[in-house]
Ligand binder design. Structure first.
Ligand code: COA
Length: 494
């Protein structure tokens, strides 16, 4: 734990204090003096915060039949032909919500991520395990005639086929839209591709390529530096989320039409959707300078395209990242601070600049725009006297929006995220316990079903017999054919 972060217990107390803002300070609407505010920062034992019975902030599932009817997607069966990250994000989410997700993998090899970035020798990597929880794994060689027989049966029994192969790969397997739709007219075929139809439609695409092509990289980073990639996987995981929504819409429409449809999400489109505020700014820049960008206050002229804006807020309320106590040694001892106009008076009082409330040079948002750099420097002078958690508590008592920069270590240790099921510890037979991200979408009648990822081919026989109805001798025949087993290694030449 970084020096400035405090113990878990301390942080819990601080959070509770933030949640339980004193009614009196809110009701009177009077900001406290700086000295008084600093006094409040002293940590005191607080009563535990109230949570709902199931600890996830939601009403308890109803005791009536509709509240006891299992998970939201029970009965939905998914033929999961996904690999790496974008497709698996989508199908894992559907599995968490109760869908039976059958992941088809190449015998002997499986999803390439099983062996990528390994931290435990010979165990499935965290890259794989954190994206394939709650699924079943079957190995099938789709290029083997018997493998294709099995796939045909799966196509008839599944509701949705999800894939994110390179363009044309599914067709080359023989699984064209026409073919699938002929064998199961209700089947929804959902795909992630790098690009939609156009000049790049045949290209293979990974996360960072999508961030660049979707407009995120050119608008991320500092003006003086090169374009930057964000740590959040908006190209892969972001597009997987878009795909899940498309599948849900197609299922809803199928209820009326009885017909499946094709769902396509291009990663470029998904990133652009998440970066839409920058396309907003592109249209504004044609009419004049972007006054909320620090560049405006610094007198640097704008070019023709939206520039990189560092940590400027993307919305109408100026924000910036400021240092907190301990920043010299802790790379995450920072706070995001927003100078929200409605609480400007409170900000002035808390940081010790009460004259800024009435000074025409500071009193209005417009007057402040050219001085944002200096204003944030003053705020930083103040925040450097306290930890990011103390600052969070203090500012929130005055309804001033801000947020501590949390490291992944702090997030992994955060008990409230465990309590809501957003961070879940699962046990794996080979690698042991690991943390995964549970379902960030909470449903009151459908608790998330977060289980460990399957071993390669762990459910092959179970699916062949219980889902597809093969008998023992047929399974033995399939095994002998090589359609579900790894090809034998050729003997080395002497
Ligand atoms: N049995 C037999 N063959 C199988 C198989 C199975 N069970 N599963 C996959 N394959 C084959 C495919 O048929 C394909 O063969 P082909 O090219 O001879 O037709 C091959 O394996 C792999 O396909 P491909 O998707 O090209 O893998 P890749 O590792 O070369 O490329 C990506 C990876 C991610 C770049 C590419 O799949 C892609 O661009 N996907 C779409 C965009 C995307 O989702 N990107 C983000 C990934 S997180």
């Amino acid at each position: 734990m970084p020096a400035s972060a405090g113990t878990n217990g301390e942080r819990q107390e601080i959070k509770m204090a933030v949640r339980k803002k004193t009614k009196s300070s809110k009701a009177k609407g009077k900001p406290k003096s700086r000295a008084a505010s600093k006094k409040v920062v002293k940590l005191k034992a607080k009563k535990p915060a109230k949570t709902t019975a199931n600890g996830n902030g939601l009403p308890k599932p109803s005791s009536r039949p509709y509240g006891q009817a299992g998970r939201a997607l029970d009965g939905l069966r998914i033929l999961d032909f996904t690999h790496v990250q974008s497709g698996p994000t989508c199908t894992q989410l559907l599995a968490y919500m109760g869908a039976d997700v059958i992941k088809v993998e190449r015998p002997g090899a499986g999803d390439i991520t099983r062996g990528q970035l390994r931290d435990v020798p010979n165990a499935d990597s965290l890259y794989f395990t954190m994206l394939n929880g709650s699924k079943r794994s079957i190995t099938i060689d789709s290029k083997h005639p018997k493998g294709m027989d099995i796939l045909n049966r799966l196509i008839k029994t599944c509701d949705v086929l999800v894939e994110n192969f390179a363009p044309g790969a599914l067709d080359r397997m023989g699984l064209t839209w026409d073919y699938i739709h002929k064998h199961n007219p209700r089947m929804i075929v959902a795909s992630v591709k790098g690009f939609g139809p156009g000049p790049y439609e045949d290209c293979k695409v990974y996360e960072n390529v999508a961030q660049c092509a979707g407009g995120s990289a050119s608008t991320t980073g500092f003006r003086e530096g090169p374009p930057l990639i964000t740590g959040a996987q908006i190209g892969d995981s972001g597009t997987g989320l878009h795909l899940a929504l498309g599948i849900m819409a197609a299922l809803y429409q199928r209820n009326r039409t009885g017909r499946g449809q094709k769902v396509l999400c291009a990663m470029q489109d998904g990133v652009l959707n998440l970066a839409r505020v920058k396309l907003r700014d592109q249209q504004r820049i044609e009419k004049g300078p972007l006054t909320e960008y620090s560049q405006y206050g610094e007198g640097v002229p704008f070019g023709k395209a939206v520039p990189r804006a560092g940590n400027d807020s993307g919305g109408g309320q100026p924000g910036w990242i400021v240092k907190c106590k301990g920043w010299e040694n802790d790379p995450d001892a920072y706070l995001y601070f927003i100078t929200q106009a409605p609480v400007w008076n409170e900000i002035c009082d808390v940081i010790g600049e009460p004259t800024w409330k009435t000074d025409p040079e500071y009193a209005t948002p417009k007057a402040r725009l050219p001085k944002l750099k200096a204003i944030f420097a003053r705020i930083e002078q103040f925040t450097m006297t306290m930890t990011k958690f103390e600052a969070m508590e203090l500012f929130n008592k005055h309804d001033i929006p801000c947020g501590p920069i949390l490291s992944m270590k702090e997030i992994a240790e955060e008990q409230s995220l465990r309590a809501t099921g957003t961070v879940v510890e699962v046990d794996h037979p080979v690698r042991g316990k690991y943390l995964t991200v549970g379902n960030p979408i909470k449903l009151s009648d459908s608790p998330a079903d977060v289980r460990r990822s399957p071993l390669l081919g762990e459910h092959t026989e179970e699916i062949l017999s219980k889902v597809l109805g093969y008998n023992g001798s047929q399974i033995a025949e399939i095994k002998a054919s090589g359609a579900i087993t790894a090809p034998k290694k050729e003997e080395k030449a002497a």
